[in-house]
Each structure stands twice: as C-alpha cells, then as structure tokens.
Design a protein around this ligand. Structure first.
Ligand code: C5P
Length: 398
C-alpha cells in the first residue's frame, strides 16, 4: 500500500529527546510511498545525526542554510518548492515560538517562512514548558495562522515528570498525516457506524458470537474521520484501538447495540451498519453456569431487532449503508437486502474474502448498479466506500 505515494514531504527535526521518534516516522513515511527530505536544526542534530535520516530517506539530510551542496545556494527555497507539506516533528517550545513570530534565523525556520504548502507541527516538550502561557499563546497564534498541530500526548516524560507534552508516537503521526491528505468529502457530516460482533449470553460465562474482528468497521470510522466527518462508533466486543477523534460506545449484545444506536441516530446524517449483529439470542439467560449433567440441552432462540432496517425505516432516515457478508450468491443476496431493507447503498463481500483478515474485496450495490473495490487492505477499501458515499451525496456519481 502506498497511501502517501507521490507526496513530497519536508521533515523538520528540532532539538528534543523525541527526535529519536522522528527517525521511525521518516521510515514509516518512506515505506508508505512519500519522498522525504529531512532538515535538522542545530540542536536537533545533537540528538540524532543527519546520517540517520539520509540512510532512512535515501535523500541528503540538511542542517545548514549555507550548505554548499545546494547548487544555487538557495536551500530554503529549493527544499520547500513543490513540497506537499512541511512536518516538524518534534517541534520544540523554542521552535514554536520562532514560528509564531515569523523568525527565520536558520534553515528550517526560513523554510517554514518561505513556503506555500501546509505546515504541520508535532510539539514535544516538558509539561511545564507546554503549560507556560507563552507557549499556549504561541500555539493559539499558530492555529490562527492555519498551522496544523498534532498532539502533544499526555504521559511519562523523559525528564521524569508525567503530563501533557510528549510527542505523539511515530505510528500516530503517520496515521494523522495520511488522514491529512484525504479529500474532505464528508466535511461537516455526522456519521454513525456499528462494528464488530455481538455476544449473546447463554449463561454467566458462555454465549453466541461470530468471527467478526471489527477491522472493517474501525477502518471505515477512520476513513470517515479523515474525510472530515464527526464520527460515532458503536462497537461490539473487539480488540481494536479507537481511532483518535472518534467517539466510541462499547456494547456487548444486539439489544445493547440497538439501544445505543436508537438513542443517538437522530443526530446522524449517515448510518453505516458494519456490525455482524447476531440474528438470534437465547430466549433466557441462565444466571448460573449451565452444568453438563443434563443428558440433552435445549436452547430456545428468539430473533434480535434488525438495527439497520429499523434505522432505514425511520420517517426521516439518514443515508443508510448496509453490509452483506455472504458465503455464496453474493449479488442476489446483496441486491435483495438493499431492496428489502430500503438501503441507499449495500457493500457486499464474500466472507471468505474478508472476515477477520486485513484485506477485503467488495462490490458496492446502489441505484446505478454495481462497482467493485479491491482486493486491497481494509483501509483502502474503506476510503473507496467513503469516496463513493461522498459522490452519491454530492449527486454527481460518475
Ligand atoms: O440481514 P443481514 O444480517 O444479512 O444484513 C446485514 C446488514 O444488516 C449489516 O449491515 C448489519 O450490520 C445489519 N444488521 C443489523 N441488525 C441485525 C442484523 C443485521 O443492523 N440484527
């Protein structure tokens, strides 16, 4: 996958112990297809050397405004020319102050001033430096100037203190950067998703569930967030990390999922039912663990509410997207489901292609016909589905 394919990034590294994480960030960005040019401040180069970045990016790393390697001696113009973004990670308190005041006394600060691309900074500093009113003033100024600020995170700090000021981890920065470049086709929309399996209790320790991992639903939540939507995710029991900025409600059973959705669905414009909701639940839950003395055990099942169908049947329904995971006859079942549940869009996949894995292959069914996506990693499929929803909403489906 090359989510950052074709992107040219200047990676600024200023003086802070978090500079060691910038090396990992450079590696992730390059692995994801970006062309990365590292620029270190003098103090940044005290923590990690330019050679590290040169080796990781395959490009010369720069420290000095007067570096004679640049043929026209205009490194400050040449490096940011054609850049898709300048990313400063870590951004020290001192460097943020310089940015806020437009100082340009070294190569990196000059590049930041002489740019016509977005500037993204990942602050990293001691808790007290972050909380200092001067730093907070500088941050507000940078936000007003349209600079994107990623983090900082709270936690243990290299100085031994605990609090806000840690730089985000390289993987989080990488995820935020890929999100930054996505088209904002759902800007201002409110999206609700269900994800994962449900667990229908039989007794105190057992229950009926299925193999849904939640990966597709969580990838869609991330893709919708990256497309500019406000996202609420109602999730069954899964081992997935919540994407930053997504509001998550954890539920266990289909009835709990139903209640969580119905209580909030009026606040959404788009509803995407990705969850593998159990169609049936045990009619009675045994309070104690069922013993195996019984020669035969009968379990009576009762149907669960169909959450998606109920949402779609509301007087003013949101844009409704359903999933059809089938083991055969995908086209017949998926299109049938779209008609029966009165859905705007159905995403059909063969369970053998997607369940539990990191990749998927799907077919989208809507009023205009069918469109294939994949096989591809689930995040790419999710971005394709979001783009399709964006096109349908804009009324210009191609
Ligand atoms: O009818 P079927 O279960 O195959 O439909 C699958 C779609 O309906 C999925 O989008 C799933 O999230 C949703 N669904 C639901 N509530 C149920 C069963 C399915 O929301 N009880």
């Amino acid at each position: 996958m090359a989510e950052l394919g074709g992107k040219r990034l200047v990676l600024g590294v200023t003086g802070g112990i978090a500079a060691y994480k910038a090396a990992e960030l450079a590696r992730l960005l390059v692995r994801d297809g970006a062309e990365v040019h590292a620029v270190l401040t003098k103090s940044g180069a005290q923590f990690v050397t330019p050679v590290t970045f040169q080796a990781l990016t395959g490009n010369p790393a720069w420290c000095d405004q007067w570096d004679a390697r640049m043929p026209n001696n205009m490194a400050h113009i040449d490096l940011s020319r054609g850049a898709d973004a300048i990313v400063v990670a870590p951004a020290s308190a001192d460097f943020l102050a310089k940015l806020a005041h437009g100082l340009a006394d070294d190569l990196l600060s000059t590049l930041c001033l002489a740019r016509d691309c977005p500037l993204i900074v990942a602050p990293a500093m001691n808790r007290q430096m972050w909380e200092n009113p001067a730093t907070q003033r500088n941050i507000s100024q940078l936000l007003q100037d349209g600079v994107t600020i990623l983090g900082p995170a709270a936690g243990e700090q290299a100085c031994g203190e605990t609090g806000l000021g840690r730089m985000l981890e390289a993987a989080d920065l990488h995820e935020a950067l890929t999100g930054f470049f996505q088209p904002k086709v759902l800007a201002g929309r409110r999206v609700m998703l269900t994800a994962g399996p449900t667990f229908e209790a039989l007794d105190a320790v057992r229950g009926l569930t299925n193999l849904s991992s939640g990966k597709m639903g969580f990838a869609l939540a991330r893709a919708a967030r990256d497309a500019g939507a406000r996202v609420m995710l109602v999730s069954g029991p899964v081992a997935q990390a919540t994407p930053a900025g997504v509001a998550r409600i954890d539920v266990t059973s289909a009835l709990e999922m139903h209640a969580a959705v119905m209580g909030r669905v009026a606040e959404c414009d788009i509803f995407i039912g990705v969850a593998a909701v159990a169609d049936y639940r045990p009619a009675d839950m045994a309070r104690e663990k069922i013993k195996k003395d019984d020669k035969s055990l009968q379990i009576t099942l009762t149907p669960n509410p169909d959450i998606l169908a109920e949402v779609a049947a509301r007087p003013k329904p949101p844009f409704c997207v359903g999933f059809a995971a089938e083991s055969r006859d995908l086209e017949t079942y998926a299109e049938g489901k779209r008609q029966k549940k009165r859905l705007t869009l159905v995403v059909g996949n063969l369970v053998q292609d997607g369940l539990g894995g990191d990749s998927n292959a799907v077919i989208l069914f809507d009023d205009r016909g069918r469109h294939s996506l994949g096989p591809a990693p689930k995040i790419e499929i999710a971005r394709g589905i979001v783009a399709h929803i964006g096109q349908m909403l804009a009324g210009n489906e191609g």
